[in-house]
Every structure is written in structure tokens, then in C-alpha cells.
Design a protein around this ligand. Sequence first.
Ligand code: CDP
Ligand code: MG
Length: 681
Amino acid sequence: MPHDPDLPPAKKFKPGSVFFRLEKNKPGMLLPRKGNVTTPIDVQRKQLPIYQARTRLVNELRQLHNAIVIGETGSGKTTQIPQYLFEAGIGRQGLIAITQPRRVAAISLAARVSEEKRTQLGKLVGYTVRFEDVTSPETKLKFMTDGMLLREAIGDPMLLRYTVVVLDEAHERTVHTDVLFGVVKSAQRRRRELNKIPLKVIVMSATMDVDLFSEYFNKSPVLYLEGRQHPIQIYYTKQPQSDYVQAALVSVFQIHQEAPQSHDILVFMTGQEEIEALARTCRDIAKHLPDSCGPMVVIPLYASLPPAQQLRVFQPAPKGCRKVILATNIAETSVTISGIKYVIDTGMVKAKRFNPDSGLEVLAVQRVSKAQAWQRAGRAGREDAGFCYRLYTEQEFDNLIPTTVPEIQRCNLAGVMLQLMALGIPDVMNFDFMSKPSPEAVRSAVEHLELLGAVERKDGQVLLTALGKRMASFPLEPRYAKTILLSPDFSCSEEILSIVSLLSVDTVLFNPLGRRDEILAARKKFTSSEGDHMTLLNIYRAFKKVGGNKEWCRENFVNSRNMGLVKDVQAQLREICLKLNLKLESCGADTGSVRRCLAHGMFINAAELQPDGSYLALDTHQAVAIHPSSVLFQAKPAYVVFNELLHTSRCYMRDLCLVDADWLLDAAPEYFGRKLHLTRS
Ligand code: CDP
Ligand code: MG
């Protein structure tokens, strides 16, 4: 049933904040909806809403040390503001860093801006993301993930290379963003105290809790960019939907059949598997529609999609053809897609959830916040009036939490704590967090690091150990860093480096739908009864043997691009190992030592088979199950260590390795002796 457009709560304008009202573009000035390929890029730049505010914006930003910039997604904040600053000569003594929570966004934005500047990527404009650095001494505009700037801060706490730091997509509030806020703020203060070149901090977002941010960043003024936002008609379902994927499918085809023009549809889903499955169903159904329905292209969009495929969402569909984009929350603000008139919002998102009592972090599909729901709806009104179909009832909407809880309050803090301590900030509870994590979560993280030997308590203080310092050298989760550092003891550092690298990229397995039997047949020769780690290692060894042959990858259902990335990651991890004087050697066929090493590094994530065939996580006694994608799904070994937990219908362990109870006991005798009744066989 149609519902009155229920517009987002009026934006709050703070007294004293600067407000740029952008004139509505004159007819014909809108970016052409389709086929803007012929518009020269510098004309495109001038057509952006932000262009008219450029002079005043630059004048404001020139004077301010802290500023918050708010403007609709697509108004041009990220691509233009760094260029405006550079063109105006602001911060020329150093670099301008622009941080992004997402790796793909950092890469694609750098590519776009270097194109706009007509320079080669990596020269004037570059990017740095984990395991990939495309910058040079000439680089002045550097797009990077917030995690990378954080790592740089370990070596340079005052961030002296930079004159401007733009903290973009600040509303995302990832753990890294939140820690970075504190680090950047402290760098700015210390530079002022020491009379160094000042650091300008610009916080940008499409939406955020302005008061909270402004207060935190020294009462910084807020610059509002009023972009184009057209009215959006919101629809709710009458009844709660038990199957949001099915509901999304029905809605897509209802719009496709009933809406006369081929305007594009954007559907918000939760993850890769769900998106790929729905894409396939949509394509199948689209083939069998009556001729009165126009054609449809279905395009997936999620973070782990190879960049070349991600770019497809920006390409206009052929005339008369409807584009249906199935995306994760990446399309909420990180990427701007033009031409969307219909948004279908499942109201769900996959996110981390952490239970400090159990110490377990799980990925789970959960409801979005109201702020996210509004952001999603907003994607429909960029160029003209639009429609948003919420696949939940209005009452369900009312019950959503107002804003997303920052990740720092719902994840395992062990990695963050290790980084903060490596930054020389031992008193983590008193770190200047915008939103403090709970004391239980901090305590649980300290315990985790203590178990790994990364920290120790002395006179009531928590101190980084020598091992902890070495662990912090790796851009990895503490337990992976620890596993690498242990590997020389088991003479298997080459194998562990390969495994950790394989786990650091998105899956190297290529699983096209509908070819299950072929895939199983091809995988069989690599499958190891010792678990998923060993299976991956077998695949990697075979891949290297054939010299990274693409044909081989195709035949064996291996993602050759991700395999290439694994090689890069491994090379970088190896470099860190060499700096730390680690002995690199291979154990050859002795895979037992590899598993032993994994048991020693990952013992916190161990599970035990129960008489009834279920599993219990050893440290928390939580019921867990082997994910059906694991090679150990049928085998059900007595003891396993696992990489992560995924909560869907139940709590699944993913990526498992078969281990011996004795190894776990050897790894942490006191811990297992105290907490569990694990006995030697
Ligand atoms: O940051 P904000 O959401 O305000 O906008 P932006 O990322 O600077 O993007 C402004 C415009 O640049 C978009 O609407 C696109 O038209 C264009 N753009 C693009 O074509 N390709 C990209 N990779 C990024 C932006
Ligand atoms: Mg942006």
C-alpha cells in the first residue's frame, strides 16, 4: 500500500555553521542519465553539485584546522575536495591523505581522481591499501584505507609527512576509523605543541551525528553542501517477511513488469553468496518473461568482486534495458551509481558482532539502523524523484536502532589493542575514543593478547612484550602474526606464510553456480583429510608448480586474480619476516608440523567433537558446527581449530584444520588445564 513519503528527520544546522546552498542545476545541466561517456571529464567535474561552492569552500577550509563537511553521496566531496585543496596550494608542504574504510573505494577513487587530473595513477595521485602501494615520491594526493594510515602512525605518530588528513566516510565508524580519529587528533595537538607544520583535519560524510563529531574534533565548524535530493516515496510491507531474499526477488520483478520505463533498480542485500544466488535466479526468470517486458541486466556489487567487474555497475545499460544492481551496504555511501530510481531495501546487513563474555566475534546477518535505511532510500533520489521499497513493516522500521553501533563496540579488540600499544599508548581505557569500548571488551582483549604472549601484566600495568612488538609488525590479526612467528620452531615458515596469505585475500576458489559436480571433481585431487588449510595449501602448491598458469586456474576452478594477490601478499609478509630475522624454511611433505604450528597459533579458536556429533568451542563452550563448505564437513574429527565463526541459521566454523588435543595442551597448558578438562591421550 502506498505510504506518505516519510522524509528523513530535518537536518540539524548548528549555529555558526556554514551552509552552502547549491542552486538546482538548470535543465540540461544534469549529468546525462545514460551514456555520459562522451562528456569530457573536466566538464563532468564542473557539473558536480559541489563545483558551485568551490571558492567559498576553499576559503573556509584554508582557514580552519578542523572542519566537518556533510553532503549527499555523489555531490563530489571525495573526488573534488582534495583536488580543490591541492589546486589552491593548501598543504603543499606535504601530502594530502584521504582515508577510506574500504579498500575498493580507495583504489577506485584514486583511479578516478588521477584520470581527472590527467596523470598516471601512482604519480600525483596514488593509493595505499594493505599489501598494495601505488604511490611515488611525486604523490601529493594519497587515497588510503584508514588501517594503512594507522599503520603509518606506528612509525610516525605525528604523521609528519601529511599536511592534511581527510577522514572520509566517517559515519562508517569502523574500528580503524575510530582509532584513527584519536590518533589524528593527538598528532594534530602534538604538532601544535611542538610548533611543527600544522595538520589540517577534515572529516567528511554523507550523514553523521554532527554534534558528536563536532564536539570530538575541537568543536569544529560544519560545512553543509546541499546536494540534489529529490523526493522519495517510501513503501513498507504489510506483513513481516520471513524470507527477505524471496521478497526481494518478487519486488524486482513486480517493478520490472509494472514500471513502464527501464529505470534502474538497486537492491540492498547482505553478502556475496546471497547476491550471486539471487543474480542467477533473476537472470533465469528474466529469460522467460513475456515480450512485453523489456530486457534486464543483473549486476552484482560487493567488496570482494574484482575491480574490473565492479566497474560494470557504472556502465549504463543498453537503451531500453533495465539495470538491476544487487549490492551490499557498499552502495550506501562508498560508491555512487547514477540512474537509480528504485531502491529495494531488505533491511539486513552482514556485520560483526562480539560477545565480550564469550570472547567470540561472529559475522552475522542483522537488521540495519534507521540511519542506514535512510541512506539506502536516498540512493533512489539522486537524479529524479524515486521510490524505496522496504521489505519490512513500518512498525519494524520504528523498532530499528537509530544509528549503527560503532564497530569498536562490537568486535574483538585484540588487534586494535596491540596496535595502540605499538603506538605507545598503553593505557587503552583512557585513549581518547569518540565512543569508548566497554571495559569487558577491553579486558577480554587483554586476556586474548596475554594468552598469545603479546602482553604481560606488571605492577597492575599491561605492557607489550618483545613478542607483542614483533607481532605488531605484521598487518595481520594477532593470532596470524603469532602463528608466523612460531613457524620457524616447526620448520614450516614457508607453508605458514602461504596459508596466512591465502587466508588474507578473498577466496581463491572460484565456485560458479550450477557446476557443482565439475567443481567437486576438479577439487578432489587437492582435498586433504587434514582440513581446509591443507587443502588450500595443496592448491597453492599446484598453482606454483604450473607457474601460475591461467588455463590451469580455469580448469581447476581457481580464481587466478586472487591467486596472484596471494603471491604479492606472501612476498610482503616474507619481507617483514626477513626484517625480523626469521628463518624461512619449508617442511616439504611433513604437513603434520604445519598443523601443529596452526594449533599453537590458533588454540583460542579450538573446538571439540561431542558424543552427539555436535561441536563445542573449547574456550566458551558455545555450540558450533562445521560449515558445509569445509572439507571436514563429513569427517567430523575430534579436535579442530578454525579461522572464523559465521552466524546464519546456526553458528558455523569456517576454514578448519584437524589438530590433536595434545598439541592444544602443549600450546597453552595452563589455559586448557584451567578452563577445560582436556586430558592427554
Ligand atoms: O564523495 P561524494 O559521494 O560526495 O562524491 P564523489 O565520490 O566525489 O563522486 C562524485 C561523482 O564523481 C560521482 O557522482 C560520479 O559521477 C563520479 N565518479 C566516477 O565517475 N567514478 C568514480 N570512481 C568516482 C566518482
Ligand atoms: Mg565520498
